[in-house]
Design a protein around this ligand. Structure first.
Ligand code: ZN
Length: 283
C-alpha cells in the first residue's frame, strides 16, 4: 500500500482524474507519469486512466491521495457505458468562461470539457461559446429547445445510466450514418448527406457550407456550432418512438439501408420475430 502524499490538493468541481494527478505533479515538480506511478508503479502513461480506471487502480490512487475510491472513480469516465467513449474527446473542446477555475500551474481540465454531447455548462447552465463565429448558431436557433432535451437525454444515458427504449447515444450514431454508402455517378451531393438531414433539414445545408470537419458514427463528436442539430435529432426520435425509425428506413439506400434496418427492426416490429438487438458495424 502506497503511503499517502504529505500534501494533497482538493479536486476542483467536475475535474478530470488525469487533471487532478497533473496538478499534483506540478505541485511536487515531477512529471504527471511519475506522479501516477507513485500510486500505480506499473503505469506506462497517464492518458488511458480516465477511461479505463479499474477498481484496483481507484483503490491505489485513493490511497496515494488519502481520498475515497468513490471520489477517484467519480473524477474518471470509468462509469460511462462503452458506447459513450466515442463521444469523449481526448483534449478539451469547450470551456465555460464563468466556471474555468483560476489556480496556479497548468489549466485544469474539467470532465465536461471533453463531453461531445454538451452544448451548455453542467455547472452553471451557460451555453458554451464557439471559438470561431459561424452561421450554425443562427441556422439552428429554432432547434435550441429540442437540442437541450437531447443534451439531457445523452447526459442521463452517459453519466447516470438511464435506460430508454433506444439508448440516446445509439440514436446519435444512427443519425450520422450516410444515407447512401457509395458515391453515385450523378448527383454527387447525395453521397455526403447523413440520415440526420431527414429530421433536421438544416443539417444538410450546414454540411454543404462547412465540410472542414470530419465525423461519422465512429467519430460522432461534432463542432459546437453544429452539435445542436444532432442533439435535436436525438430528442425528436426519442419522443416519436419506433414509428419514426420505420419512416427513416425509407430514407436509407443500398447496404446502409440494410445496416439500418438490421440495427433497428427489432424496435420497429414485434420482438418475438426478431429476438435481441444486434450490434451493427455502422459506417
Ligand atoms: Zn459554467
Amino acid at each position: 500500500m502506497t503511503a499517502p502524499l504529505p500534501v494533497t490538493l482538493p479536486p476542483l468541481r467536475g475535474e478530470l482524474l488525469s487533471s487532478w494527478i497533473s496538478r499534483h505533479a506540478n505541485f511536487y515538480g515531477v512529471t504527471p507519469l511519475t506522479m501516477l506511478r507513485h500510486g500505480l508503479p506499473d503505469a506506462t502513461s497517464l492518458g488511458p486512466i480516465d477511461l479505463s480506471l479499474t477498481k484496483v487502480h481507484a483503490n491505489q490512487i485513493a490511497g496515494m491521495f488519502g481520498a475515497s475510491p468513490k471520489l477517484v472513480h467519480g473524477l474518471s469516465f470509468a462509469g460511462v457505458p462503452k458506447v459513450a467513449h466515442r463521444f469523449i474527446a481526448k483534449s478539451p473542446m469547450q470551456r465555460c468562461a464563468r466556471c474555468t477555475p483560476s489556480v496556479a500551474g497548468p489549466l485544469p481540465i474539467l470532465r465536461s470539457g471533453l463531453q461531445g454531447w454538451r452544448i451548455t455548462c453542467p455547472h452553471c447552465g451557460e451555453p458554451y461559446m464557439n471559438k470561431t463565429s459561424s452561421g450554425g448558431d443562427w441556422a439552428l436557433a429554432r432547434y435550441r429547445a429540442a437540442a437541450r432535451r437531447g443534451e439531457t437525454l445523452l447526459h442521463n444515458h452517459a453519466e447516470r445510466g438511464v435506460e430508454t427504449w433506444l439508448p440516446p447515444l445509439e440514436i446519435a450514431r444512427l443519425l450520422l450514418m450516410r444515407r447512401i454508402p457509395w458515391r453515385p455517378p450523378r448527383d454527387g451531393d447525395l453521397w455526403r448527406y447523413r440520415l440526420l438531414g431527414a429530421i433536421v433539414p438544416d443539417f444538410d445545408d450546414l454540411l454543404t457550407k462547412d465540410s472542414a470537419f470530419t465525423f461519422s458514427p465512429k467519430h460522432p463528436i461534432l463542432p459546437l456550432h453544429i452539435r445542436p442539430a444532432l442533439l435535436a435529432g436525438v430528442a425528436i426520435i426519442d419522443h416519436a418512438g419506433p414509428p419514426m425509425l420505420r419512416m427513416l428506413q425509407g430514407h436509407m439506400m443500398g447496404d446502409n439501408k440494410n445496416r439500418f434496418v438490421m440495427a433497428t427492426d427489432h424496435l420497429v416490429t414485434p420482438a418475438i420475430e426478431w429476438g435481441p438487438p444486434q450490434q451493427m458495424q455502422l459506417i
